[in-house]
Design a binder for this molecule. Structure first.
Ligand code: DGJ
Length: 742
């Protein structure tokens, strides 16, 4: 954190009265360097903090009553101060508070609710100081609040990524007394949008159809999106909010955000009686509380809020860069991913050394770099009814352990990866027989199974330690460079009867904290191992898990037509590098499509191969080899560049997406057509072949080639009138490359 300097003499005088209320006894005001000071400015009369990013403004105002209220939050605007209530005070209403808590008139969704030892359930917080500094190279503002009576303090942090117009918010709750305080809700943060009418866009679906963008009008009242089972195929943690009726992908203001939490999370969109839209989010405290013991603190996860001035495409691009540059683990987030083959669809549970090596040979020949053996390799795992928990190689399948297989894979010049599901146990396993008390269960209630498995209580320290021990051993004893970490069921009967009652309701939070600790420790001990997050496909997609894993298995649905929709939705909130797509065969989908079409769909993200390679003809293998070679030459553009959605498969039977390197020098365009007959008309599609491109340098001449005749076209023309990319027939695709001339 940076050094300290008071902003103005007037400010000192204006705040002296508040120092009397300050719990820290002194008003802390830190201004780091000039960049930070430019981003976060403190003005007086009334005291206000103005955060300016490249395209947005966020303002917090101190009222004469010592309350912190939200001012303007949105694109840079002349209306900056118009949205705030009178700085003279809030009249006891929580609706404009920077941290709306339970206490006074509760007009807004509270971000904070506590119960004190004497059963008082109301807070009354007053400003107690602030700090401006730097955290991991970016400016932050810390606003302190203290209860006027009880020994409770709150610090709200707002860390800013100015070039992405992104604000991270989180809170630290402190009990500075000796009696416990029961926290019933502690969200990460809340924002108020300028007075307007808005639509919410969120990502919804189910297993096999994850990430479908849904749009709904926000009318007076509450619309909540939340998870209660620690994972969810129904909701992915990302939203956009934009003025009603405004649909352009490339212009207009869009507010967006996500909760960085991999368990029960939620966000609430609350249109209050003043017609102001409030968005609040963080941990979903459903069936949950936290006991803030004497002299302890609780830190919430982060919630990200951002503002785009260039439509939903701009919101997604900001989010992609944020996840790549600020969330996902380095150095992998800055490098292209190794092209993987996964054996699941080829062998399911019937794995053995001979068959895996046979697949690996073909995989190597077509250009695969990482061979991943999926489920079925460990003791007793012949189907999904047994084995989870017993993480030693099955002796009948691997009589000499994993060593010989891994050596063969290495000798073929590939890295080796393996599937695990550490949070689960089958009742038919040695682990369960030894530790039936380790599973989530409620006394006198049925312990429901999902996929014949129960959930290990990751909140328990012994379960955490056991997991760390066997995973560490697996990675230490074997040359494994990739872990596919699966999680295949939702949580039920979240009981933990052998701890004190007040701790039992902390389970859902402790579960995630320990999951994070296990992943963090494993990454620290094995920094060269890549982790893939899987949850029956995309059941656990959020910025929280992406802080500790490197990619997401997007969906178990590999049908290329369906996949265009799933991938389109995924791109709203998550970067292409995180989106793992395998090419599979028709037996795993409903439709027969060309191998080239299937490859093109999968290449518009993090390409992998997942079918039975022995079923491919020599011609198929040579097509695959050529497309893999091609992908390797452009994957840096797709995985590390910016993404522009050009055509929406939910509106027409076309889908198109463009990737551009951050310097604008290279670009790739994928164009797809699904059905060209009646459904297209039914969707109201035009069949225009024109694609107007984005993100190029207007002053440079680009060489355009690929599946259309080679030509040279200036960047400004490509972005004004575009290029024609004709598509004919069902499930047709084209791939175009652009490079600007030196
Ligand atoms: C669910 C995953 O989504 C699949 O890819 C596969 O790993 C299976 N689990 C294995 O049980």
């Amino acid at each position: 954190m940076g050094t300290c300097q008071q902003s103005s003499q007037e400010g000192v005088r204006g705040l002296i009265r508040l120092i009397a209320l300050s719990w820290c006894g002194a008003l802390i005001c830190v201004v780091a360097d000039s960049v930070t000071a430019e981003v976060i400015r403190v003005d007086q009369g009334p005291t206000r903090w103005t955060i300016s990013t490249q395209h947005s403004t966020y303002q917090v105002i101190l009222t004469g009553d010592g309350d912190l209220v939200q001012g303007y939050f949105g694109p840079m605007s002349g209306e900056r101060l118009l949205e705030a209530p009178s700085h003279r005070g809030t009249g006891g209403s929580n609706s404009f508070r920077e941290v709306p808590y339970r206490g006074g008139f509760v007009d807004a969704t509270p971000a904070l609710e506590v119960i004190f030892h004497d059963h008082t359930r109301e807070l009354e917080l007053k400003h107690g100081g602030h700090e401006i500094g730097e955290l991991e190279g970016y400016p932050f503002l810390r606003l302190d609040m203290t209860d006027i009576h009880y020994p409770f303090r709150l610090s709200e942090y707002i860390r800013v990524i100015p070039e992405l117009d992104i604000y991270e918010k989180w809170m630290v709750l402190r009990n500075v007394g000796s009696e416990s305080i029961q926290v019933e809700r502690a969200y990460s943060g809340s924002v108020l949008l300028p007075r307007d009418s808005y639509d919410l866009i969120h990502l919804s679906g189910d297993w096999g159809r994850e990430f479908f963008p849904r749009r709904t009008r926000l009318t007076s009242g509450l619309k909540s999106i939340y998870v209660r089972g620690v994972r969810s195929h129904q909701h992915a943690s990302f939203f956009m909010v934009r003025p009603t009726g405004d649909v352009a992908e490339d212009f207009g203001p869009v507010w967006f955000g996500a909760v960085d939490w991999s368990g029960n999370w939620r966000f609430d969109c609350d249109v209050n009686r003043f017609e102001r839209t409030q968005i609040t989010g963080g941990i979903n405290f459903w069936d949950t509380h936290w006991v803030l013991k004497g002299h302890s603190e609780f830190k919430t996860p982060k919630m990200v809020f951002g503002v785009s001035t260039d439509g939903s495409n701009g919101a997604s691009r900001r989010m992609h860069r944020y996840i790549l540059d600020h969330v996902m683990p380095k150095p992998f987030s800055q490098q292209v991913s190794k092209l993987l083959y996964n054996s699941w669809y080829a062998t399911t549970f019937n794995v053995n050394e001979k068959d895996q090596v046979a697949l690996a040979r073909v995989a190597r020949d077509i250009g695969v770099e990482l061979f991943v053996m999926d489920d079925g390799w460990f003791k007793g795992r012949n189907n999904d009814r047994a084995g989870l928990g017993d993480w030693t190689p099955d002796k009948t399948k691997f009589p000499n352990g994993l060593g010989p297989l891994i050596q063969e894979i290495s000798a073929l010049g590939m890295e080796f990866g393996i599937w695990v599901e550490p949070e689960m146990v089958n009742p038919n396993s040695d682990l369960y027989r030894a530790h039936p008390e380790w599973v989530l269960r409620t006394p006198h209630r049925t312990a429901h199974e999902g996929r014949h498995q129960l959930v290990l209580n990751f909140a328990r320290e012994d379960v955490k330690d056991y997991t760390l021990q066997w995973m560490d051993e697996l990675l230490s004893k074997n040359n494994i460079k990739f872990i596919k970490w699966d999680m295949n069921r939702y949580i039920s009967e979240a009981g933990w009867s052998d701890v004190e009652p007040m701790k039992q309701r902390e389970l859902r939070i402790r579960y995630v904290q320990n999951l994070y600790e296990v992943l963090r420790t494993l990454r620290r001990k094995h920094p060269d191992v890549v982790f893939e997050c899987c949850s029956g496909g995309g059941g656990r997609a959020n910025a929280g898990i992406l802080g500790l894993t490197d990619q997401i298995w997007t969906s178990d649905n590999t049908d290329p037509g369906d996949r265009l929709h799933i991938q389109y939705g995924f791109s709203y909130g998550f970067p292409a590098k995180a989106m793992v797509n395998w090419v599979t065969d028709a037996e795993w989908h409903q439709k027969t499509t060309s191998l080239t079409f299937r490859f093109h769909v999968a290449m518009a993200g993090n390409l992998g191969v997942g079918n039975d390679l022995h079923k491919w003809t020599e011609e198929d293998k040579s097509t695959a080899k050529e497309l893999i070679r091609l992908y390797k030459s452009i994957r840096h553009i797709i995985q590390l560049g910016d993404q522009y959605r050009l055509r929406d498969p939910f509106r027409e039977n076309r889908m198109a997406v463009q990737f551009v390197t951050r310097d604008g020098s290279e670009s790739v365009v994928f164009a797809f057509q699904t059905l060209e007959t009646l459904p297209m008309a039914a969707k109201g599609s035009s069949s225009s072949d024109r694609l107007v491109l984005r993100g190029l340098n207007p002053d440079r001449m680009y060489v355009v080639q690929g599946d259309i005749p080679r030509k040279e076209v200036p960047g400004d023309v490509l972005m004004a009138s575009g290029i024609l990319v004709p598509l004919q027939g069902n499930y047709a695709s084209k791939l175009i490359f652009l490079r600007h001339q030196q």
